[in-house]
Design a protein around this ligand. Structure first.
Ligand code: ZN
Length: 133
């Protein structure tokens, strides 16, 4: 039911510092930067093939990305899979006994509808479901 890897979310201390690696070393192109207030995060989008890398810098030391870095250091924070109908996908996950972080979709970067599944139900990976209209 998931269609593709929509994006990979990577927690970084500083977008400016991280972009030096992604742009200057890997040669990727920055498409844009967006602040998602609700998540206390500033996101840089770097498309690659038919997916993208999202670099996540916390805008608040109490935010989820700051907490993640505090615990685990910089690195891959989540993997997002594209779905056609996120409400339906969440219902299916519920029926399959998967623990949800978000009972209802919310808005993420780029206006996507997103919802997270709990890593306890997904073999340790924070999984995001993502619908783009
Ligand atoms: Zn994401």
């Amino acid at each position: 039911m998931v269609k593709k890897v929509d994006h990979i979310g990577i927690a970084v201390e500083s977008l400016d510092e991280a972009l030096k690696f992604y742009e200057e070393v890997l040669g990727m192109k920055l498409q844009g930067i967006e602040v998602v207030e609700e998540q206390k995060v500033k996101v840089a989008f770097l498309p690659i093939g038919d997916t993208e890398i999202e670099l996540l810098e916390s805008t608040d030391k109490e935010g989820p990305i700051a907490k993640f870095i505090e615990k685990k250091g910089e690195g891959i924070q989540h993997i997002a899979y594209r779905v056609d109908d996120i409400e339906k996908a969440l219902q299916e996950m519920r029926e399959k006994g998967i623990r949800l972080i978000d009972e209802k979709p919310r808005y993420g970067a780029g206006g996507a509808k997103i919802a997270f599944l709990h890593p306890k139900s997904t073999k340790g990976v924070l999984v995001e479901l993502c619908q783009r209209d």
